[in-house]
Design a protein. Structure first.
Length: 279
């Protein structure tokens, strides 16, 4: 299924995309997409519903983040070889794990607000895992049993805060984290380890990648992280970005006001954002 949250901020309802591309209201069956509701039992329930009989939702309404109030918003750095090389970084021997603030989550098409002090704001298209079952010390072979689905994340990054201000990456990684539009259940995706990603800025192709080029694949990432912490339903794990970020350029083209971004990932949909200056 392709699930989403649609409506004004804090007033979103859950909807699903039917076979004809229409949005159908699921609010009588599930109140939200959050750590409480994301589990295999609700998925089985939803799969039994005839979407064509549900009320159609106005597709022109705002789309919210496909997850509400995640337990954790985790991220993997330098997980594509070309991106690591483009930043003059050593290839990691195990996943580089960091946090994004869960407060930076926003809708996939909401404006990205550029803070007044930010001068090296960058984009990163990524595929994110959404956990659907509590687990620890998960084996790679069993990893997919703990996945509810996948979504797009734009791991918006302020490089000066990430690289030049000391401490952990979270400083520069918590400006914004657009998620969605859809939370796509894993059965909808033919091969998660072979899907295409693209990101354009003002119509210029900046990033092109495929998940087969990840250094650490999805199952390995889940297994690895679960050695160090318990993974809970609703946890987001965004898995790294391909080459082409602004900081890799000889003359970096960091994001400025009125820049328009388009992110597309096979099966997972499309995001569209505009950058606006903080008031």
């Amino acid at each position: 299924m392709k699930l989403l949250r649609i409506g004004e901020l804090n007033q979103e309802i859950v909807a699903a995309l039917d076979e004809d591309g229409r949005l159908r209201d699921l609010s009588e069956h599930i109140k939200d997409l959050n750590p409480i509701t994301l589990n295999k039992d609700i998925l089985k329930k939803l799969e039994q519903i005839d979407l064509s009989k549900l009320r159609e939702v106005d597709a022109s309404k705002r789309i919210g983040s496909c997850i509400s109030s995640p337990v954790d918003f985790l991220a993997i750095g330098l997980n594509y070889k070309a991106h690591a090389e483009g930043t003059n970084s050593k290839l990691p021997t195990e996943p580089i794990l960091f946090n994004k603030s869960s407060g930076c989550i926003q809708g996939p098409n909401d404006p990205i607000i550029k803070p007044k002090a930010a001068n090296k704001m960058d984009y990163e298209i990524e595929v994110a895992i959404v956990i659907g079952r509590k687990g620890r010390n998960i084996t790679e072979e069993k990893a997919q049993d703990y996945v509810f689905g996948y979504c797009i994340v734009n791991d918006v990054s302020e490089r000066s805060w990430q690289k030049e201000r000391g401490g952990q990456w979270i400083k520069g990684k918590s400006i914004a984290g657009p998620c969605g539009p859809y939370l796509v259940t894993k059965d909808e995706i033919k091969d998660i380890n072979n899907i295409n990603l693209t990101l354009d800025v003002n119509g210029e192709r900046r990033q092109t990648g495929n998940t087969e080029r990840m250094i650490f694949n999805f199952n390995f990432i889940i297994s690895h992280i679960s050695q160090f912490m318990t993974l809970y339903p609703g946890t987001i794990i965004t898995t790294g970005t391909p080459a082409g970020t602004a900081m890799e350029m000889s003359v970096p083209k960091f994001l400025i006001a009125n820049d328009k971004l388009k992110l597309k990932v096979d099966y997972l949909g499309e995001q569209n954002q505009i950058v606006i200056d903080e008031n």
